[in-house]
Structure formats: structure tokens, C-alpha cells
Design a protein around this ligand. Sequence first.
Ligand SMILES: [Zn+2]
Ligand SMILES: [Zn+2]
Length: 427
Amino acid sequence: MPAFDIVVVGSGGGMDETNLSGYLVKPSNQSWDDGIIALEAGSGHGALGHIMKRNSDIFGEPSADEDPSKKRTPFDIYANVKCFLLTHAHLDHISSLVMSAGTLGGSSKRIYGSPQTLKDLEGIFADRVWPRLATYDETNRSFRLFYHALYADGKYKTVFPDVTVRTMTISHGKNDSGSYECACFFIKHLPTQHEFLFFGDVEPDSVADKPRNVTVWRAAAPKIPHDLSAVFIECSYLAGRPTEALWGHLSPEHLVQEMITLATEVVLARQALKVGKAKAKNRRKQKRDPVPAEALHGVLTGLRVYIMHCKEHFCTDRPVSHVIGDQCREMLAPHKLGLELLTADQGMKIGTSAVVPSRHACFFSDARFDSRLKRLGWPVEIFVIFLLRNLIDTLVSTVYLVTVAITSFFFGFSLYYYSDYGPFFFR
Ligand SMILES: [Zn+2]
Ligand SMILES: [Zn+2]
């Protein structure tokens, strides 16, 4: 049951201005015409125009009330954007929003980001670099773009119908004023409770002054893979890059290290679930025992990790993201974590979906059952799946209770039978 559809408008990390971070997202059960979340806004209309020329069906059929002979344009798609969700205000993540801000079609749109990201944008929309095209005042209808702050307060905030977002702060290198902060987002589809994790630019915990990625992995761990099965994370540079030249980004060596940390957190989360929440709290306070490497084998099975933001430098025969992807897979292989590592390529359409719990897999892996269910629509689909899950749980519990009752009965009866009160007790 897919939760989100994502079109990759751009996934590069710089130099190539035609391929910068930009993702269009919608809940799978809604149409692209119902509204779109623009996750980052590096590349926009221009890049999307080229993608739509190559793949005119990427957004599917237009809705019934539209003229079928009329072809959708990038302008139509961006007119359907309801909000922009920005991890930080570096130019490779905001440039298309800036360029199109004065001419965007459709209804008014919110720009979501941390207070600092919005402040940085204000500096651009300040009548010098670019006109003042956005405001915090949503009552001022002379504006069509409205700043709306997201806080890293541990809560999920609704940014779109059926979609909530939890923001966490991560480190993205340093500047003269200290650590440069960026955001990552847990993006959740409320009807299915499935989410994906999307990182802005991020530096390795092993390099950062204040390790913050581990906190994100800890928050993600209990949900993997059933409620969270996709992580989008940058890997900007090729392997072998010196640490002092990372500039707040990851390379394959560091990505592998981060995945090992994630796998470790998943192991600890599963252990905590076994020992119970109360003990888990105490356990968190205690010093953690190191998790042996063998205990991590297969722990991330069912998780797809998409690498993005690879910095193209036109020096490799193949796209640099594919070279970096191969390096990551090669370095990950000895650790046998079980995750699937993919590259988020420009023009790709990605579906994020939940992993079906294995104990119920037989019920849901039947394609005919699946397609019949899908035709009935997602509310029925969710209802039936919950019904079946509960039915199985009820059956298992009933069998268990009956077994316990029968065993207790015979045990009690035999005690009585051979006791002073039993009929055949030999005195
Ligand atoms: Zn960037
Ligand atoms: Zn950046």
C-alpha cells in the first residue's frame, strides 16, 4: 500500500544548475491535481519541463474535468503546489522558488522552514536581491507566499491534508557564527501512518562539533521498516575525500558509518520493546553495551535508502551519483545490514510504501486479493487490513487461552484425583 508518490525534479548537489534538490510529493491516494508538496526548491520549472518532454505520463492522466487534449505544463504542475518545505536556505535548495516567486500560478502557498531558514529567505525577498514577495501576515492578500515556521519540538505538524511533518535539527558544517544548522523531516501520511525520512544537507556525526544524527536515527529506529521504509539522505562526494574538505556533507565512508549507527539504534529499539518501556527508560540512562557487528546483520532489511545531492563535476563517464552509489554499496556489503541502497535520479518517480509485517504476509502478498481491495478504495483497504490483523491476533489468542484452560483443567483434575479426596487414593 504506497503512502507517497515522489517525482524527482532535481537531485544533484551543485555545479549543474539544471539538477538541484527539488522533489514533488503527494499522498498516493490523491491525484496530482488535488495538490502537491514541493520538498526543496533547487530546480523547478525548467528542469521539470525537460522531464515532462521525456516522460509525458509522469503525472498520469489529467483529472476528468480537464480538457484531455490540453497537455499539462510545468506551470500547471507548480500551480498545484500548496506548500514548499525547505530544509535550509542554501541556493541549491531554494533557487527555483526565488526565480518563480513572482509568477507562480494557482492558490496562495505557504513556505515551511525553520525560523532561521525563513529569516535567510527574508534576506533575499527584501527588495534588493529580489522583490518582497513573501510575508508572515496571512491576512495580507496582496501576497501569495506566506512564511510559516516549523519548530524542532518533537511534534508532528499538519502541512497538507493528511500529511504531517516532524522537524529535527541536524548539522551542516560551520560558518563564522558557529555550527550551520539544517533540518530533516519525518513526513507522515496520516491515513496509513506511514512515513519517510528526508535529510537536508548533513555532516557526519564523527565530524560535527555536536553529534545530532544519532538523535534522528534513534527517533526513526522503532518505526523501521514497517512504518518507515524509505530514507533520503545526501552523499555529496566520492569516496576518499579528506575530512577537512567535506564542508558539512557526507561521503560514502561516512554514509556507511551513519547506516551502522542506524542499525545499532534499531537493534536497541527492538531490545527495548522486549524488555518493556519502563526498563527501557532506565536502560537509556545507563551506559549502553556495544552491539556486536554480527547482531546488525539483516537489521535494516526492508529499508530503502536513496542517496541524493551528489555533486556533479563532469569528470566521471557515468553520472557521479551512480559512481557514488556503487562505492556505497561496495562499502556496505561486508556489514550485511540488509538495506537496499538506491540513487534518487532526476526524472524518477518513487513510491514510498510500508513493509507488510511478515506474519501477515501470506494474506497481503496475493496479487488478486490486493487488486480487488484497491478497487474498493483506500478506506476499505485499511479497514480490511486492520480487520484481518485483528482477526489473526484474536485467533492466536483464543488458541492460546484454550490450550492454557485445557492444561490447567487436567493438572487440577490430576491433583484432585491423587489427593485425599480423590476416589482412588490408597491409604
Ligand atoms: Zn545543498
Ligand atoms: Zn547546503
